[in-house]
Ligand binder design. Sequence first.
Ligand code: HEM
Length: 521
Amino acid sequence: MGSVVSYIVTIAFTYILTQIGQSLIWVNKKPDGTPKSPWAPSPHGLPWITNGYEIFNQDTYHALTRWSKEVGDFFSVKIGRKQITVLNNVKLVHECLIEKEQFNSSKTPSDTQEKMVTDHCKTVFTASFSTYWARLRRAIYIVVGPLYFAQFMDHFKSQAKKLSFGIGESLREDKTLSAKQLRQLVEMVAMDTALTMVLGDTDKVPRDPESMLMIIQKGRELEVKQTGKYNRIGQFFPSFNSFLDVAHLFTMDSSMMKARNSILEIFLPWFDPTFENREQFKHSDEKIQAIAKSLLYIEPSKNDPEPVQLTKDEVLVNLVHITFHAYTYLTSTIFTLVQRLATEPELQQELLQELETEDQSLALAFVRESLRVDTPQRLLAYSPRADYELVVDEKPYRIDEASEIVVNVDALHNNNEYYPNAETFDPKRYLKSEKKMTTLLEFGQTGRKIVKDNLAFGAGRRACLGSKASEALLVTVLYQLVKGYQLKGGNVKEKIEVATNVWSWTGRTETKGTVIEFIKR
Ligand code: HEM
């Protein structure tokens, strides 16, 4: 018996040593045995084991922007064990996400929670660059994409009216609304809108406010769990994440699973009628009325003539993730927009005048500028699909499949070269002749100097599919509020940094906000 144990121990020991040896020997080598190129330059003086972890955990994207000023637009840093290459100018972003999109458009999960709530990366946000992911995108596009979102305009208008009415009803004697009250109203409008785009109209299964509040609450619980101290360490130290998995197993802690299942339980009765009737709208126009319907029958395409259809579970997990994404960012951007509007009395007057015309350019410019200055997601992370070399200023740099490429949107949106006086909120910067305009990622490629867009909705192949729909909703809300009220007060300066962003490690930025006085017109 003793010799069997010692035999097994010897084999295990040899196996571990071989693995460690191989990783040590091969980690810096290409398959042909020659050394890999160096990583992009890194900030100096970071601690040995934790590297940039403490600084990033405390300062989030600010740390990356600071390092970009110290080290340069192209740098690499290890946050814990996570090696990231950070892009801080548009030329680099264009090269990585447009020219080399095939190389750099994949995704890696942050931790066990992200894997669990996405059913091992089955959702459009987390799936690797694959035919499966392309099918999801196709199906979502034909519901909320630029050519299709107009079908929700009536809903957007009624939600904007609901918000305006809710504000009126909630006003205190002094005609003010606290940031908390405003946020609660905005949350309900955002959740209702997200669910309408995702699940369809409410005729068949009414969506009661209690259930919507419950989803909001459950989402918050998941976020608190994911941003917790130990889970956060696990996002940057994979071995600690594995230790947490074992610890949860031993303590039989299934709280994460329970939270996930309780959300699915709310969604199921809403989704089931659609699922039961799926044959009816397979080939009809009805399928473009909701993401749930569209995902149930993926249309063939040129590159995917016989698509494998999704299972019910795959559809469901996507519906939940898209709802949380849309709800979170719509809440964040509507709330910021209202706070910003209150700080801009002159623009309120001009928007009121614009309302009497057919032209919506100032309102759209206001929305875009709000998204640029107060971007909710300031870091975008992508996984390369293989080890390769990225040539920058004629020097080759190392990019590994196991590393991540991060676009520092904060640095780009605050760069005076792309947006003169970048720190100033100035919607009128976009109201120039189209001939002078360029997209941010094409800046520097033509003589055009005025940037007309931003990266609040991401970039390249993984860019947001709901961007145009969201902008349209924001414009509708803006007009409705200007029409109904004169706003005073507001504050967009103070921010709340949330460590994760449904459900990735890169984090999101909320506006704290303050009391707003709403004077009825
Ligand atoms: C103002 C509101 C919104 C903002 C600021 C926003 C922002 C973003 C960002 C930054 C990304 C890229 C994420 C990444 O690569 O890490 C993204 C992706 C995406 N968003 Fe949104 N989003 C908004 C609303 C919506 C809505 C309403 C929908 C749909 C109903 C939606 C659906 C998607 C989808 C499907 C993706 C693509 C995921 C992929 O292919 O990887 N978004 N969004």
